[in-house]
Design a protein around this ligand. Sequence first.
Ligand SMILES: Nc1ncnc2c1ncn2[C@@H]1O[C@H](COP(=O)(O)OP(=O)(O)OP(=O)(O)O)[C@@H](O)[C@H]1O
Ligand SMILES: [Mg+2]
Length: 335
Amino acid sequence: MLMSTIIKDQSRNSYMVRTLIQGQSPCLVEVLRVAEIVAVTDVNVLITGETGTGKELLARTIHQASPRYQQPFVSLNCASLEEDLADSLLFGHCRGAFTDAKRDHDGYVHQAADGTLFLDEVADLPLTTQAKLLRFLESGEYQPLGCGFQRHSTARVLAATNRCLDSAVAAGTFRRDLYYRLNVIPLHLPPLRERRSDIELLAVKFLSSLAQHHGLRCPGLSPNAVQCLQKYDWPGNVRELRNLCERLLILLQGQDVQVENLPPVIRNQHDQKTASAGAGFVLPVNGIDLYQLEQDLIRQALASSSGNQSQAARLLGLTRDTLLYRIKKYGIQDR
Ligand SMILES: Nc1ncnc2c1ncn2[C@@H]1O[C@H](COP(=O)(O)OP(=O)(O)OP(=O)(O)O)[C@@H](O)[C@H]1O
Ligand SMILES: [Mg+2]
């Protein structure tokens, strides 16, 4: 609904991309900046990121911000598809192509017409279908199963995966040439634990829009509850946060959320982090040089995570953005 009202004016693409995908952390804003640029082109985009980071939402947003926005957006989940089924779903089949093919069937490529075809979990596509997809991406040509003729389509392909395609290529389960073809513009959605500054903003937006949806009062979040949410690692990413907001809203019937209302798994992680943060450090009688100590700890964290800034940030209980800020502030070389 929101999409269709905003997209009327294509000159407001940039506004739209930022309205649908909530977040202000520098790493997300950078992804959105690139997404805005590629939205108006026809290039293939490969969206990567852990489960629940918003890959499908980003694909839909790119479509809505593209000149194809009035054409169909067709989404195919490629997970666990047998070879024949994958071929038939994508490229269609003619009557008699296989035992159960009682009539002609148009595939997703045909249905996408001049719009966008979104291939979710693309890493799972069977190898033979990958070869056909590559041919389609290169020429726009494809052949429905059991048909003696070629078809042509101008559908744009966006793909997503939460697996590492480099490893799939190395393992021989994903074609290298298809990988290069799809990966013209890579967009990586960082996990929520690497953009903790977005957690409060997302929770507030979800509570507000879900309250409106369910006809309940919009609840507030106590400062302690916010702190707790920000310390949790969110393995299910934004989806997990959204679902928690919906659960809290319904169970508390719109009352403000206190730390006691959060699930034990979230409270426990917070308690452990708070305990370990204060544990074991006693201020020497002669005092310390806090700035020097901070720099030393940052260096140690970078060294023990072999320069991986996200991992180093986690060891220090900081967001990656905060760590980067401090690395810059102290002029620390991270290699
Ligand atoms: N930045 C965001 N702002 C608002 N909502 C978001 C954002 N990111 C994700 N969501 C919401 O989180 C949920 C999960 O997003 P989505 O389905 O796009 O994730 P995904 O990366 O495709 O997950 P999966 O790998 O499991 O398929 C959806 O309800 C989506 O609308
Ligand atoms: Mg998805």
